[in-house]
Design a protein around this ligand. Structure first.
Ligand code: ATP
Ligand code: MG
Length: 647
């Protein structure tokens, strides 16, 4: 890739320096960078000692079987013990681990002592069912405490979990069960969605019908709905787990024991079953959660709004926060149940101090209007985080001003299902931030931006993001398909031995790192390479636009033409051609006339995955008039009817 047409001045904006007050109390200090630079493996060994090891490791990294890494390989630990038992042993059993908020308004506080009892009971039940270390368990549940208990019970027993988002279809669940040959599914009778119970067990019944590997279905009663029952196969949680012994001794497992399989979002193709292991993964999730979120155990109230079906839920609801003895909010429902005040009410109720969410949700809040958050006391918030997509500068500023009281630092965290934990992010209290930039690789992480020939690019050049050194939480493969693993991530820069992330990026004039979106999403218009995120940012700068998705569609004259889909902010009038002309002019002015969209459609919704990512590959299918590709990971496949009408 060569330099883009970028004329956006976003990268030239002033940066926000950390306040002296924040810096003075921050977990992270600037010397972390120097320490990691001086002795990278020694640095990671030190981070690993945040954990309790039943058997201490003597070796840090074994890269002899690259690209499959072994971290801390001769050490042994129990991941659940690290997330639960040791906090109770250290005298924090009464500390709330989870402030759980149900969608219909019920709530429950779970202390670390409660969590230990619950996880022990679940572990005893799973053992009674005959499951042994190495077996796979599928978890298909809404955001209730039992979901976290189930995950931890698997970790405690060395069972490899595969969490599947509970909004997915029976077909999507079945293909993941078959792929991993899961023996057990843990689920619920139903889930609350916008004030009504929606079935879940029905979907599981359909998915497991004829599934050769499945022996049992364990069901938590959540909505008290009628369900079909298969005797011998189906078990109620309240009749098994709830009656099991609360005593269970955690056994150690080798650091490289497989902890979980998780399928990627599928925004660029068929989802991949990413494998993560134990010691390195927990080291990096724990280290990043402590430093990136500046988390203070016993003081902060932390809230990550992700679903456990997404990697962010694994690393920053379950493993990172619990290993650090966090008190966190877990919320079951959607942000507009019963109304658009829900998140702000929850923040007020629990005095949330750290709030980690996605750009798409921030843009949704913007669309609903700032009067809504402004009606609440959000003064407890002291740090904000963003993940999932590049956050456009407009949304970044809104987030900081409206939600963060104009002062909360924002950590824009770049990472992937494959990386397991945060890789690129500012360190609050240390790094000055620029709206829209993920700033810099974390201490201990090494990244480069290179061209097709592996030549590192200087400041200003658009290129490919690569990770040129192994990291502890890195994936260990794709389940059942090591060839695809090597081919997808390691073949592009095979000679150099670099991990190819699949994202485009650049360093700006000041050396701040900007992730520009998927390499597949970079458009080529008359020989100019233009990133979708730059055009989207320019569109969102217009006062009437809440959200935009841009794709390149085949064009006879220019190679690709820019096609944009936009959603208007609440109360903004759709003036049709007049508005579209204004928007096109806006992009010309902000970037360059070359980036002027060929077509703009005003639509009510955009197609999104469970993690809130826009499915550009499907919009490209629409723009080019093709049949839609794989829609199995879409939250709502029906959005396309409305989108086609908007064109
Ligand atoms: P698939 O690989 O199946 O297409 P996916 O890449 O959407 O799915 P995830 O692992 O959930 O699945 O997403 C990781 C991607 O999300 C990154 O590669 C990057 O494109 C994007 N991303 C995540 N965080 C950020 C961020 N802070 N800034 C920019 N992009 C981000
Ligand atoms: Mg990906």
């Amino acid at each position: 890739m060569t330099t883009s047409t970028s004329g956006t001045d976003e990268t030239a904006v002033a940066s926000y320096a950390p306040s002296a007050e924040f810096a003075a109390q921050a977990n992270a200090k600037a010397d972390l960078y120097a320490a990691a630079e001086k002795d990278r493996l020694g640095f990671w060994a030190e981070q690993a000692r945040r954990l309790h090891w039943h058997t201490p490791f003597t070796e840090v990294l074994d890269w002899s079987d690259a690209p499959v890494a072994k971290w801390f390989a001769d050490g042994e630990l129990n991941v659940a013990y690290n997330c639960v038992d040791r906090h109770v042993i250290d005298g924090h059993g009464d500390q709330v681990a989870i402030h759980w908020e149900g969608e219909p308004g019920d709530s429950r506080d779970v202390t670390y002592a409660d969590l230990l009892a619950d996880v022990s009971q679940a572990a005893n039940t799973l053992t009674e069912l005959g499951l042994v270390s190495g077996d796979r368990v599928a978890i298909y549940m809404p955001m209730i405490p039992e979901a976290i208990v189930s995950i931890l019970a698997c970790a405690r027993l060395g069972l490899t979990h595969s969490v599947v988002f509970a909004g997915f279809s029976a077909t999507a669940l079945r293909s993941r069960i078959d792929d991993a040959e899961a023996k057990l599914v843990i689920t619920t009778d139903g889930q609350w969605r916008r004030g009504k119970p929606a079935p879940i067990k029905d979907t599981v019944d359909e998915a497991v019908d004829g599934a050769a590997s499945i022996q049992h279905v364990l069901v938590v009663k959540r909505t008290d709905s009628d369900v079909a029952w298969t005797e011998g196969r189906d078990l109620w949680w309240h009749e098994t787990v709830a009656n099991a012994s609360k005593e269970h001794e955690a056994q150690p497992f080798p650091a490289e024991h497989p902890l979980f399989i998780l399928y990627t979002s599928g925004t660029t193709g068929k989802p991949k079953g990413i494998i993560h292991t134990s010691g390195g993964y927990l080291t990096q999730t724990s280290y990043t959660h402590h430093n990136v979120f500046d988390h203070k155990p016993g003081k902060d109230v932390y809230w990550c709004t992700a679903d456990i079906g997404w990697v962010t839920g694994h690393s920053y609801i379950v493993y990172g926060p619990l290993s650090n003895r966090a008190t966190q909010v877990v919320y079951e429902g959607t942000p507009n149940s019963p109304d658009e005040h829900r998140h702000w009410n929850v923040i007020e109720k629990y005095k949330v101090s750290i709030y980690y969410t996605s750009p798409t949700l921030v843009r949704t809040f913007m669309k609903w209007g700032k009067e809504i958050p402004e009606a609440h006391d959000l003064s407890s918030i002291r740090l904000l985080g963003s993940v999932g997509e590049p956050i456009n500068p407009e949304a970044w500023r809104w987030f900081r001003d409206v939600v963060g009281g104009g002062s909360a630092p924002i950590v824009d965290t770049w990472w992937q299902t494959e990386t397991g934990a945060i890789m690129i992010s500012p360190l609050p209290g240390v790094t000055s931030t620029k709206p829209g930039s993920a700033m810099t690789p974390l201490p201990g992480i090494s990244a480069k931006i290179v061209d097709d020939d592996a030549k590192p690019l200087g400041n200003g050049g658009n290129g490919y993001l690569v990770l040129d050194e192994p990291w502890p939480a890195m994936l260990r493969g794709i389940w059942g398909d090591m060839d695809r693993y090597k081919d997808t991530y390691w073949s592009r820069y095979a000679e150099e031995g670099w991990y190819f992330a699949g994202d485009g990026a650049k360093y700006d004039e000041d050396g701040a790192l900007w992730v520009l979106g998927r390499v597949d999403d970079v458009m080529n218009v008359s020989g100019h390479r233009i990133s979708t995120s730059e055009v989207e940012s320019a569109l969102v700068t217009h006062h009437s636009v809440a959200e935009a998705a841009v794709v390149g569609a085949a064009d006879d004259t220019t190679g690709q033409g820019i096609v944009a889909f936009v959603i208007l902010r609440a109360g903004e009038e759709n003036t049709g051609d007049a508005l579209i002309a204004e928007l096109k002019a806006q992009v010309s002015k902000e970037i360059s006339p070359i980036a002027r969209p060929r077509e703009i459609s005003i639509v009510p919704e955009l197609p999104k995955t469970r993690s809130g990512k826009i499915m550009r590959r499907l919009l490209r299918d629409v723009a080019e008039g093709r049949e839609l590709g794989d829609v199995s990971t879409l939250v709502d496949p029906k959005v396309f009817e409305a989108i086609k009408k908007g064109r």
